[in-house]
Write a protein that binds this ligand. Structure first.
Ligand code: ADP
Ligand code: MG
Length: 584
């Protein structure tokens, strides 16, 4: 079993795929988000306990270590740290010099303990997510952190890709484009993805590694300080104020107002400040608006317009703010998909990725869509698709068919699966005969309906609308097709695409020729006396050409000679109609 881990700048999560569902694992207090904070004191504390220590021992506690992972002194994010430019970053903490990998591994170890306690077994394999823009060094360092924590790291996955997977967007149509707007605690990323054969490609990514919920907390803290006319605060009080600002911000995503109470500040101060959503929106708006330019740049880099996007998804806890959601609509001109919890979707995607890798998700993935098209064989041996490939199940679709031959008293329904134009090249799943009263060509009306239930069982129903007689067959194997078989079918349909198309056009022309030739013969027999001999000779010549073309099996030739015959018989057709009018 492979666990999925979102190793976030602010919060980290872990989960496993359990009895068919991606499941996030909570600690003993029921909390699923573990703050990515590590405290080095008498012992190492991680998460909520470490966050509490931040105010008391700021220099023994580190948050946002993700900004430093895989970095060298002098690179972005290392400002304020001292070391030899170009050497891997180390951080002085609790009397030691620690690497970001070592610190991150403490977060991962804690996640491992939480998960094992919850799940009841040892968990040794994991998928870990990283931002799309992480370079090789940052990815390798993240992998190293996982190994230090005792995981075998099966894959490093991009966060936007994981989120898109959690939203189920791998089931969108091929070449769909998705914008992933991720506003977390300390960073903002906008990624444009494109679905290629079921795999997400990152077309572009833009962002700001210094823009997130922390900046909003700071703006709200400043607002509170000015409303309460606070003097300059000590470091621990400043941290308390920020914490209170963050809680108020989170509350105001669902409530209209919230009160901040901070008793016993240094110097014996007590403050109580009421905040409204409108007030904090005023303070946060300029910060949130800074995400806009990154969205526009990412679209430009991907070479697309906002209107080309099929979906916009929100990721990161800060996108729970209504103001952020409004801005997203403004930027993309589209309502974002809100179907997942924004701060859990990356972890859910990591779990799904793990489940795909360890094989537990295979069947489910196949059962969710039709792996190949389903249809019936039509007159002339062609495939008539009723439910196209990649349709989400359950699904239902139908079509009306008629008899191609006069006097026909039944129709054979042959159920086919595959992507080829000719019925014979597809797989035959089953078949049956539906009887109807003998009727002139094209007079019978037979409705055929395909429905696939959630278990992948295909039911084919055919009903003669004349007599009301209906027949139903059930086919169990419509969705359970092995990956190899699907791939072979798709490869075949690509390889034979041109021949297949040609075969379809030829068959359609052949059916038309087989209809026209006897009709022309019959008309000539009726009207022979009324037509000039050279016209009759002309028509005879063209029918001979069509017959020869039919034998040659050349599609272009057959289509051409049919068109010529059509032309040559224009006046014959007119006379036939005039005659019919006179009689009636
Ligand atoms: P990261 O990806 O940076 O690890 P998250 O996606 O967990 O972080 O986002 C954390 C941020 O989301 C914090 O700034 C937190 O205050 C913010 N946040 C969480 N819930 C809400 C909420 N309901 N309203 C506004 N912001 C929220
Ligand atoms: Mg995140």
């Amino acid at each position: 079993m492979i666990a999925g881990i979102d190793l976030g700048t602010t919060n980290s999560l872990i989960g496993v795929y359990e009895s068919g569902f991606p499941t996030l694992l909570a600690d003993t207090d029921g909390r699923r988000l573990l703050p990515s904070v590590v405290h080095y004191g008498d012992s190492i504390l991680v998460g909520h306990e470490a966050r509490r220590m931040q105010a008391i021992h700021p220099n023994r506690t580190i948050a946002s270590v993700k900004r430093l992972i895989g970095r060298r002194f002098g690179e972005e994010g290392t400002e304020g740290l001292t070391g030899i430019p170009g050497a891997p970053v180390t951080i002085p903490l609790g009397g030691q010099n620690l690497s970001p990998e070592e610190i991150s591994s403490e977060i991962l170890k804690k996640l491992k303990v939480i998960a094992e306690a919850r799940h009841g077994t040892e968990i040794t394999r994991a998928v870990i997510t990283v931002p799309a823009y992480f370079n090789d060094a940052q990815r390798a360092a993240t992998r190293k952190a996982g190994e230090l924590a005792g995981f075998s790291v099966e894959r490093i996955v991009s966060e936007p890709t994981a989120a898109a997977l959690a939203y189920g967007l791998d089931r969108l149509q091929d070449r769909s484009k998705i914008a992933v707007y991720d506003l977390g605690g300390g960073t903002f990323d906008l990624s444009i993805l494109q679905l290629d054969n079921g795999v997400f490609q990152v077309l572009s990514t833009h962002g700001d590694t210094r823009l997130g919920g922390d900046d909003l907390d700071q703006a709200i803290a400043a607002l509170v300080a000015s409303k309460a006319s606070l003097p300059r605060l000590s470091l621990p009080d400043t941290i308390r104020l920020h914490e209170a600002a963050r809680l108020a911000k989170e509350t105001l995503s669902t409530e209209e107002q919230s009160t901040i109470r901070l008793p016993f500040l240094e110097g014996g101060m007590n403050i109580e400040v009421m905040l409204t959503r409108a007030e904090i929106e005023g303070a946060c708006s300029p910060i949130i608006r800074r995400t806009r330019i990154h969205c526009l740049r990412a679209l430009e880099d991907a070479g697309i317009k906002a209107a080309d996007l099929d979906q916009v998804i929100l990721v990161g806890g800060s996108t729970r703010m209504p103001l952020v959601q409004h801005l997203v609509v403004e930027i993309f001109g589209k309502e974002p998909n809100l179907s997942q919890h924004p701060d859990e979707s990356v972890a859910l995607g990591a779990i799904l990725q793990g489940a795909i890798l360890d094989g537990s998700l295979q069947n489910v993935a196949l059962l969710d869509i039709t792996p190949l098209s389903l249809g019936i064989e039509t007159f002339g041996g062609l495939m008539n698709v009723i439910i196209p490939r990649n349709t989400t199940i359950p699904a239902k679709a139908g079509e009306m068919f008629t008899n191609a031959v006069a006097g026909q008293s039944g129709m054979r329904i042959t159920v086919l699966q595959g992507e080829r134009e000719l019925a014979a090249d597809n797989w035959k799943l089953g078949g049956f005969e539906i009887p109807f009263a003998p009727s002139p060509k094209g007079a019978a009306r037979v409705g055929v309906q395909f429905s696939i239930d959630a278990d992948g069982i295909l039911q084919v129903l055919a009903r003669d609308t004349g007599t009301g007689i209906e027949k139903i067959v059930e086919i169990k194997s419509a969705v359970e097709v092995s990956d190899e078989a699907v791939e072979a079918m798709l490869a075949g349909s690509l390889e034979h695409a041109f021949e297949d198309m040609d075969a379809r056009i030829f068959t359609e022309a052949r059916l038309k020729a087989e209809e026209m030739l006897p009709a022309v013969e019959a008309a000539l027999a009726q009207l022979a006396g009324e037509l000039p001999p050279d016209e009759i000779a002309g028509i005879r010549h063209q029918t001979a050409e069509v017959t020869a073309a039919l034998q040659s099996k050349e599609t272009v030739r057959l289509k051409q000679t049919l068109a010529n015959l059509d032309n040559a018989t224009q006046s014959l057709a007119t006379r036939l109609i005039e005659r019919a009018m006179k009689i009636s």
